[in-house]
Design a protein around this ligand. Structure first.
Ligand code: FAD
Length: 249
């Protein structure tokens, strides 16, 4: 029976305790946490996982975090600290190598890129929205794909740019275009404005070239960029979005 076969392939996601293998500061407010996960089925570029914290009195808080590493690499998440947040201050300030952390995943089958497209790929990130897109860039490199990739990455200031060293070094068909919304440092050659219709027109692949876009960041950013791309002629089905919540910068 078809239903039985489908059910047979499904495996319920269960919470498990991963061990922090490493914690690396990316910026003053952002930390990458590399995890040793005992039961991991493997992940696709763009997926996320759930983290659960439990207080001594039993109070629990759950949050979603995109997987920052490419398929085949150790699982990693990159977390931005929100000063008044419940979960992110713990993950970015208190968690140490060797600590245990409860998680479940991988999750998501929509905002994923498996590297099979022929057309060019446009990745548009606002702030920590760069995390799943970085997994896609790394996957593109590791898989030896020759799909042209352009990453348009908006940050508040240069100090807020996550993975800067790594992104500055990508080449061979991968291009990173930065824009800073709150400063223009001396000698800066990137853009210094918010991602709007004009900026998208300058940076995005032409819609007619069969381009596909992934957009990730604060909700308001994602909605504005997705609308901008559709206005440029991108079919809505070729613009995939992931909203991290809140209003952003
Ligand atoms: C699919 C998915 C993937 C995500 N991936 C990542 C990731 O890779 N890295 C990452 O750092 N976060 C990511 N997030 C956001 C993350 O789940 C949390 O919302 C975030 O870490 C804040 O949690 P908190 O408990 O610290 O703050 P909360 O206690 O939940 O919120 C504190 C305050 O900050 C505001 N706030 C909540 N979220 C945001 C936000 N994203 N930006 C600005 N203000 C906010 C709230 O409105 C509130 O006022 C993702 C969210 C989703 C839905």
């Amino acid at each position: 029976m078809a239903g039985t076969a489908v059910r047979g392939r499904l495996k319920p996601l269960t919470w498990q305790i991963a061990t922090v293998a490493d914690a690396v500061d990316e910026t003053p407010r952002v930390r990458t946490i590399v995890l040793d996960v005992p039961d991991w089925s493997g992940h696709r570029a763009g997926q996320h996982l759930d983290v659960r914290l439990t207080a001594e009195d039993g109070y629990r808080a759950e949050r979603e975090y995109s997987i920052a590493s490419a398929p085949g690499e150790p699982v990693a998440i990159t977390v931005e600290r929100l000063e008044d947040g419940e979960v992110s201050p713990y993950l970015t300030e208190e968690l140490r190598a060797g600590d245990g952390i409860e998680l479940r995943g991988p999750i998501g089958g929509y905002f994923v890129w498996d590297g099979e497209d022929a057309g060019p790929l446009l990745l548009v990130a606002g702030g920590s929205g760069v995390v799943p897109l970085r997994a896609m860039v790394r996957h593109r490199q590791r898989a030896g794909s020759d799909v042209p990739v352009r990453l348009l990455y908006s940050s508040r200031t240069l100090d807020d740019v996550i993975y800067r060293e790594e992104l500055d070094e990508v080449r061979d068909g991968i291009e990173v275009v930065y824009t800073l919304t709150r400063e223009r440092p001396p000698g800066w050659t990137g853009y210094d404005r918010r991602v709007d219709a004009d900026l998208l027109r300058e940076v995005a692949w032409r819609a007619g070239d069969g381009a596909r876009a992934f957009v990730c960041g604060p909700t308001s950013f994602v909605e504005a960029v997705a609308k901008g791309l559709v206005d440029l002629g991108y079919p809505p089905a070729r613009v995939k979005t992931e909203r991290f919540g809140a209003t952003g910068s």
